[in-house]
Design a protein around this ligand. Structure first.
Ligand SMILES: Nc1nc(O)c(N)c(N[C@@H]2O[C@H](COP(=O)(O)O)[C@@H](O)[C@H]2O)n1
Length: 144
């Protein structure tokens, strides 16, 4: 069976980066993985802080997707590794989430995000599902 997730309130919503499960990175507390991931797009420290303190993951995503502030030149090269590290930290930080992820066994995990053909599968199912694949890699890492 395949595990699909997308919104925070549906089954496996905890797998979304928008879920309220914070992580500590770079000596700071980030309210969600989304806050951390979006902030890493920028070299501007004050803009990073604006994203870190955004009142919701949705607002953090909006700030991170704005191009009023330039993003780092190497973003496309580093974004997968940054996402993996942040998601791994989330599941190492929250024991209940770790249990939930391990309970999925060997099943495929899919971010059913209609508008996202990179991290999710997009509207027609042809997206790359990078986040789902990262969750599977994190699950493997947690078993070691
Ligand atoms: N809930 C939700 N809504 C969307 O519109 C989405 N695109 C996603 N996917 C998540 O978006 C994050 C990365 O977005 P960008 O690379 O900045 O566009 C990442 O957390 C995906 O899982 N989720």
């Amino acid at each position: 069976m395949t595990i699909f997730f997308y919104t925070k309130t549906d089954a496996y919503g905890e797998f979304s980066n928008f879920s309220k499960h914070g992580i500590e990175e770079d000596g700071e507390w980030w309210p969600t993985v989304e806050h951390y991931f979006q902030a890493q797009k920028f070299e501007d420290k004050s803009y990073q802080e604006k994203i870190r303190t955004a009142y919701s993951s949705k607002q953090a995503a909006e700030l991170g997707r704005s191009r009023k502030v330039p993003i780092r030149a190497d973003w496309e090269l580093v974004k997968d590794e940054i996402m993996f590290r942040a998601v791994l930290k989330k599941f190492k930080t929250h024991d209940k989430l770790k249990e939930l992820l391990l309970s999925t066994g060997v099943q495929e995990i899919v971010e059913n995000a209609p508008g996202d053909y990179y991290w999710g599968i997009g509207k027609n199912g042809t997206g790359l599902n990078k986040l789902g694949k990262i969750l599977v890699s994190v699950r493997e890492q947690l078993k070691i």
